[in-house]
Write a protein that binds this ligand. Sequence first.
Ligand SMILES: [Fe+2]
Length: 352
Amino acid sequence: MGAQDISSRQFAALGRMMIRPLLLKPQWMNGLSERLLVSHYENNYGGALRRLNAVRARLAELDWAHTPAFEIIGLKREELIAAGSVILHEIYFESLGGHGDNPPVLAEPRGTLAQALERDFGSVHSWRVEFTTMAKALAGGSGWAILAWSKRLSRLVNQWAADHAHALAGAHPILALDMYEHAYHVDFGAKAAAYVDQAMANLNWERIDARYRMAIGKGTEEDHLFLPFGAPAQEEARISPEELKLALEDKGDRRPVLLDLCLPRDLPRRADMLAGASMHAPAALARWIEELPRDRPIAVYCICGFQVSGTAVTELRRRGYHARALVGGITAWHAIGGPTVPLDSSTYEEGP
Ligand SMILES: [Fe+2]
């Protein structure tokens, strides 16, 4: 089997947790900086994911009968902490962001979740007061403020969590607010309360509501809500960072050609690139498309895997090229620990 034949499902079957892309546009959030959000995503979420995969790999090769108990317990403890961190960070990041290409707007929960909050807390306002006060009470410490659905308790609960492994048994987290200092220190210093208010002003209630409906078994076909805005809709037009990393180990003609696309206004946001990639302006497609081979796979990436790579891949595929867009862009590539080299923009087209 060639490297490019390995699908996401097969990675999962191997016990590997795969990165989830950012759904928020980090440069357009209200009062949460790109520097903070991207560092948090790449280093803390990505770090937890890398740690989890490393622990799982160690567990997979463990001689259980002859390993000392303290080593087994140590690994299992690390596995639990890393898995909790990965899952809660995914819920956190997916709970933030605007709709499509728009920045977030201060909104209230609607639909099924709003009714459930009214039922269980008296009103949405009462829930919000309780949730934010609980989160602010974690200032100076660390942990998570979680809104979770408990089937056994038959209600939504605001749950305090002292760390990544602290959960209400059997409950489904709907919304998770990261109260570790790394989630806010870059922008807010020690002012955790200001961070809580700002995070609450960036919530994407459509996705949180969808998560609640999935938790109570009433979720429908809403995969589009959890796909980066502008990414190609067809799965075969996308490539995960893990698949790309493996595909790049191929030295033959199945190794993907790497295309780095960046809008002129986004050039100042860039510092590095994938080794061997050539960098181009999306608007100059008519010029750079001539360089692309028709008999090789092509992997196209941009900063976060939104419409810059998505639009180009759709066009390339329409013209018969074997192009796929990197899910989550170079940001997700960083988060899985993918190697990069300093940015070389010598191939970038000037002007229209
Ligand atoms: Fe975090």
